[in-house]
Design a protein around this ligand. Structure first.
Ligand code: G6P
Length: 366
């Protein structure tokens, strides 16, 4: 309950939790990066090297933002550890009677550790002999107890209903897990070092992004009167777009839809008009040119574009430029401005930011 925690002088817990992220990310990383061997120390996994090497697939489950952070995690595991990985909503997973395999590593994500759909999926996996790790914020919670081991986020209590710091810390925990799985397979020491150094840069870079708040506030005011917004990204940028859309709809009640940018032409392009602005996640990676082409297509249909990336572009009406990290870690940083955007849109629309209608912080019933 919000009453138990100090709001630190911030107007809303959500803004406090967004602003805390340089510290909360540092806490998730603390003691877990080995600069000598460029590996991650994750003692809580309770897995020896042999078992760590044995997995041929990773399946991630969670609900809401936890599910989207799992999508970001799957991407990190595929890229760094080269193990096929995907994420699925926990309740969907449970009800389709999934095939539980011994060489699959299952990862359940939950900020609260009490979400019923996720807990029930974990119990079903255990019943069928699955090896389940938890990425959980709340120490000693039900999901933390039911799993075989895991990674605690150490992000501190998250009070506001919409998840922010837990989402980011979960993505960071996945980067550590991917590094860990990768370094006992074919991830080179050089790449291991690159990722370790990238992780260490995150807190400072998040601080830099937080200094953009005034500008993001202006942009949120400018776009918040639209009846709906489209969020697009590709591959690494797609989970960023999904979480950005989720934040906006949860707290501002503005309709928001996330699509892979490449899928626009297969349907949603029909929606594009000046009334439906697009937030485009455009990192400086190998898909940059393709993303800019998509912006041109949106422009040609008179869609307004807010681009979030590593440079400005004439293809967009407005740009938010964030500091660059390693390509694999960039999605973590690209999410931060979208949190601020949703927050300021919700404030501009006079919403109940910390307690949005119809939602609960932790859904402990089915
Ligand atoms: C609720 C909240 C979401 C959250 C989801 C999962 O639906 O409104 O913000 O992402 O539960 O919560 P968990 O505690 O399992 O991460």
């Amino acid at each position: 309950d919000a009453g138990h925690y100090d709001n630190g002088g911030y107007e809303h817990y959500l803004l406090k939790e967004i602003s805390e992220q340089p510290d909360t990310v540092a806490r998730t990383l603390r003691g877990r990066i080995d600069d000598r061997f460029h590996i991650a120390h994750l003692g809580g996994l309770n897995m020896d090297a042999r078992e760590t090497r044995s997995f041929r697939r990773v399946k991630i489950i969670g609900c809401g933002s936890a599910y989207y952070s799992g999508q970001m995690g799957a991407q990190l595991i595929e890229e760094l550890a080269r193990i096929p990985a995907d994420a699925e909503p926990a309740s969907e997973f449970r009800y389709r009677s999934p095939v539980v395999e011994p060489d699959t590593l299952y990862v359940a994500i939950s900020q609260s550790g009490e979400t019923y759909d996720t807990l029930a999926a974990v119990q079903e996996l255990k019943r069928k002999g699955g090896r389940v790790l938890g990425i959980v914020n709340t120490v000693g919670s039900a999901i933390a107890r039911e799993t075989d081991g895991g990674i605690y986020l150490h992000a501190g209590p998250e009070v506001s209903v919409a998840s922010t710091k837990a989402f980011i810390s979960t993505a960071v925990a996945f980067a550590l897990l991917a590094l860990h799985l990768g370094r006992v397979r074919d991830l080179s020491p050089a790449d291991g070092r690159r990722i370790c150094e990238g992780l260490r840069r995150l807190p400072e870079q998040i601080k830099e992004i937080l200094t953009l708040e005034d500008r993001i506030k202006e942009l949120a005011k400018k776009y918040a009167d639209a009846p709906g917004m489209m969020f697009v990204g590709r591959v690494r940028g797609y989970p960023v777009a999904r979480e950005g859309a989720q934040k906006l709809k949860e707290i501002s009640y503005v309709h928001a839809e996330a699509y892979p940018a490449s899928e626009l032409k297969h349907g949603p392009l029909a929606l594009i008009s000046p009334e439906l602005p697009t937030v485009a996640i455009v990192p400086d990676d190998e898909l940059l040119d393709k993303n800019l082409t998509t912006l041109g297509e949106i422009r040609a249909r008179h869609g307004r574009i807010l681009m979030v990336g590593h440079r400005t572009s004439e293809a967009a009406d407005d740009c938010i430029v964030v500091p660059k990290n390693e390509v694999e870690l960039d999605p973590i940083l690209l999410t931060i401005p979208l949190q601020l955007f949703a927050y300021h849109a919700a404030v501009a629309l006079d919403r109940d930011v910390d307690r949005p209608r119809n939602l609960a912080k932790s859904v402990t019933v089915e």
